[in-house]
Design a protein around this ligand. Sequence first.
Ligand code: GLN
Length: 287
Amino acid sequence: MRPSESARNSVANLVRLGESLLREDSNARLDAELLIAHVLGCDRVAVYRDAEKKVSPHHEQAFCELVSLRSSGRPIAQIIGIQEFWSLPFVVDENVLIPRPETELLVDLGLAHLRSLDAPVIADMGTGSGAIAVAISHERPDATILAVERSIAALAIAQRNCARHARSPIYLVRGNWLAGLRNYQFDLIIANPPYVASGDALINTTSIRFEPKEALLSGLDGLEAIRELVAGAGQALKSGGMLAVEHGYNQAMHVRTLFQQHGFCDIVTERDLAGHERATSGRITGS
Ligand code: GLN
């Protein structure tokens, strides 16, 4: 072995180094493994299998750069460009909200409503990465889904995720919430809208500062987008159709009141795995 080669770091050494540099990060070890796997173009299993393999200086340099990005607080999903949701790998970048595990609860709520329906027609409002639309499409190949998004950059990401994972037609449409959808009638309108209050300190102090503000912030009380959706959804739903929205842990009561004011019935709030009231649904009866 040439001396220069023996002096190189192994995969395992770099993982240890990354872990110690990321000690502020609660998933330091996992993140270091994901970053080295990303640089080497392999999966995490290979990080263990090839632990003693030497890493080229070029790859080591790339790894160092990613570790410093991570230690600046940038979410791991944005660095490696992938976030798992509904057990599928979604492409993400800084133009879309990173899909959160609690949003799977919203998908569950929607799917439960669709169970008794054949060939349902669904709208995912503010689709972002397309996570909700794709997850529903995965479970319901008989569905037709309209995924609406205002940001062109986000639509490009959604497009890639739909091309990769959709099992039913997903029509990506540029638009602002329900505006422009007057001629449609849906069985389900589903959304993870922005719901953070504009003055919330979280937006500058946590890693959500790296995510698009327009996917997070929604007026002074965080309810602007939800208000608009609840007010407009009745017209766009078939009789018996459901609106399901995700919201902040302290917004459930306000959201239920909005649903009531706009004629929804069977209003239900579900809690996420952390025990927070996280998603509310209601149905429209009559026409
Ligand atoms: N749940 C996100 C958070 O971390 C907010 C997502 C949203 O606004 N839709 O605060």
